[in-house]
Design a protein around this ligand. Structure first.
Ligand code: ADP
Ligand code: ZN
Length: 616
């Protein structure tokens, strides 16, 4: 099969402009080309699409791609056509006549990749001519088939019929997240018991991870604004817990001169489509969204994700941050975490059916938020993946916690709790410790107790952080059944009476940076720059090329990244090709794109170079 590899590499260069395969891509391609069924689990950005697109280019027939997400289908079809690969989709946005026309084209062997929704495939496949040459059936987002997964879709449950209808055709199931039970389900439901499993590490090393805890709403907004200013002009998503939060936050940002829009399931469809389109086209950089946003968006240059509140489990967190940095360039994920989040999420969990499981997942999420070890290690260990070194791309690695003997501090807090009859919640306890004069404190006589004000040396944020650590260490717990009051555990009592000691991680409110960028406020990155450029990249030229790309994209009615990804533009701004031959050899520049675009880009570069030569 040596010849196959050569052919596959040739096609990769010709149609995509890439020189080598990512790990596992070729193995999957080879396996399905030999007629085997497969389940491929690769992280977002891992290059799943090529696993079925290359076989389409190497086989005589057509590859059918089942996808639940309309927007994604359109995106992929646009991208394929831009690279000169005949692709089409059958979907509910097109008229029946258009869909009919697509199928006729497929039957006439004019289409290499057909994207179709599961329900439509099941409805139509028996009507299609038996002579239709299908070389592979790819099932994208295959975790949707399983009740165990996090996104079950009933329309996926009938897909076992596909194997019956196309018995000799290999099936390739693809997904970015599937735990052990989901994998078993995928094979069973698709009727592919002998499918070979290909699993690529879930790690996304280009995404930096940070968590900031214990801020007030106002401080949080300040941090978000700082973060956005550092990432000026870059695309990002801010996830919020509720529709109302998305609107409030978008409003607050706009008031501060930062253009952002709210996106949630309550908006009319037309409005949602419009916002999504603006975002995809780089006309709108920031979206404040509920989790509904981001599914089915293939935008490769999302540079950052903020979680305004802690997500409900690690699976959701990982999926959401995974939407950033699909192009492999640096991206930042920042999560805010507060006691209020835990409370809200806990009440959601209590209201849902699967309480115990959800609470357990929430606890794991909280442990992640409070991690004092490398966050990536924690994440990957959660997904049962071995990762035996520190990542140096998370806030814990970059700013290792400093431990100190926190026994006295914990005793202070628990003594105050004991003196109120363990009858207060988080915020009141902090008020007592800090000696607040709030009317409810005075009214209840809390200003008379012995420990009133003993902790006024520590800020509110510090107390918040230390109380959270006490919670996590099992010194105290929250009695949800008793007004969320804090109670002392047996272990807490041991500490309170001096029989045990506790180490806490020091909390530096000012030092704990939001995004691994240890720059103080005064050296903010200058405006207008859209990327952290790599060495050797001419920044001004990069901006010129962005302009060229944007003009081409507008004229063609496609998103800018369908023309070229940020990564390709960056390489172009470093290599500065001025001839067609130079242009053609660039990473990510395929044959068709060379023909279509070399003139515009090389002349923009030549013009830029001559203008700059003048200046010097
Ligand atoms: P996934 O579907 O797994 O999230 P994609 O198939 O969308 O990932 O690929 C992510 C990005 O990586 C795309 O921009 C794609 O063009 C690029 N890519 C895929 N395979 C390769 C490769 N072998 N070399 C370079 N870039 C690649
Ligand atoms: Zn780390």
């Amino acid at each position: 099969m040596h010849g196959l590899k050569q052919k596959a590499l040739a096609v990769l260069k010709r149609f995509y402009g890439y020189d080598s395969f990512h790990p596992l891509q070729y193995q999957v391609i080879e396996h399905v080309m030999q007629g085997g069924d497969a389940v491929a689990i690769m992280p977002t950005g891992g290059g799943k699409s090529l696993c079925f697109q290359i076989p389409a280019l190497l086989s005589p027939g057509c590859v059918i791609v089942v996808s639940p997400l309309l927007a994604l289908m359109k995106d992929q079809v646009d991208a394929l056509i831009a690279n000169g690969i005949p692709a089409a989709s059958v979907n509910s946005m097109q008229t029946e006549a258009q869909n009919r026309n697509v199928i006729d084209n497929v039957c006439a062997q004019n289409v290499k990749l057909l994207y179709i929704s599961p329900e439509r495939l099941l409805e139509d496949m028996n009507k299609w001519s038996q002579d239709l040459a299908v070389s592979l059936i790819a099932i994208d987002e295959a975790h949707c088939i399983s009740h165990w997964g996090h996104d079950f879709r009933p329309e996926y449950s009938q897909l076992f019929l596909v194997k019956e209808r196309f018995p000799g055709v290999p099936i390739l199931a693809l997904t970015a997240t599937a735990d052990r039970l989901t994998r078993i389900d995928i094979k069973k439901q698709l009727n592919i018991p002998d499918a070979k499993l290909f699993i690529k590490s879930l790690d996304r090393p280009n995404i930096s991870l940070s968590v900031v805890s214990g801020l007030s709403g106002k401080q949080k907004l300040g941090r978000i604004v700082d973060f956005i200013e550092k990432h000026n002009g870059q695309s990002g998503i801010i996830y919020c817990l509720s529709r109302k939060n998305t609107e409030t936050l978008a409003h607050n940002l706009n008031v501060l001169g930062i253009r952002a829009k709210a996106f949630h399931a309550g908006l009319p469809t037309s409005e949602k489509l419009k916002i999504q389109q603006e975002f995809i086209n780089d006309d709108l950089a920031i979206i404040c969204a509920t989790i509904a946003f981001g599914m089915g968006i293939d935008k490769s240059n999302i540079r950052w994700i903020i979680h305004s509140n802690m997500p409900k489990n690690i699976e959701s967190y990982y999926q959401e941050i995974g939407r950033a940095g699909r192009d492999g360039l640096k991206a930042d994920a920042l999560m805010f975490y507060s006691f209020g989040d835990v409370k809200t999420l806990m009440s959601f969990a209590h209201d849902s059916g699967q309480t115990l499981v959800e609470i357990e997942k929430l606890n794991r999420m909280q442990q992640f938020a409070e991690a004092t070890v490398c966050r990536r290690r924690m994440l990957l260990s959660y997904f049962n993946e071995r990762y035996d070194h520190d990542c140096h791309n998370c806030d814990v690695c970059n700013n290792p916690p400093d431990r100190f003997d926190g026994t006295a501090l914990c005793q202070m807090a628990m003594s105050a709790m004991a003196r109120t009859g363990q009858n207060v919640g988080f915020m009141t306890l902090i008020d007592i410790l800090r000696g607040s004069r709030k009317s409810e404190i005075v009214a209840k006589g809390y200003d008379k107790i012995k420990t009133y004000g003993v902790g006024r040396d520590l800020s509110q944020a510090m107390w918040n952080a230390y109380l959270l650590q006490m919670l996590q260490l099992g010194l105290i717990y929250i009695a949800y059944e008793d007004g969320d009051h804090l109670k002392i555990t047996d272990f807490g009592n041991e500490v309170l009476y001096g029989r045990s000691s506790v180490m806490l991680s020091r909390f530096y409110y000012e030092n704990r940076v939001t995004d691994n960028n240890k720059k103080p406020k005064s050296t903010r990155v200058k405006k207008g720059r859209s990327l952290d450029l790599e060495d050797g990249v001419d920044e001004a030229l990069f901006d010129v090329l962005r302009g060229t790309r944007s003009a081409i994209a507008k004229a063609a009615g496609v998103p800018p990244y369908v023309v070229f990804s940020d990564k390709v533009l960056m390489i172009m701004a470093a290599e500065k090709p001025t001839t067609k031959a130079q242009f053609a050899t660039l990473y990510g520049v395929a044959e068709v794109k060379t023909e279509r675009y070399w003139r515009q880009f090389t002349s923009a570069i030549s013009q830029y170079l001559s203008q700059n030569a003048h200046k010097e």
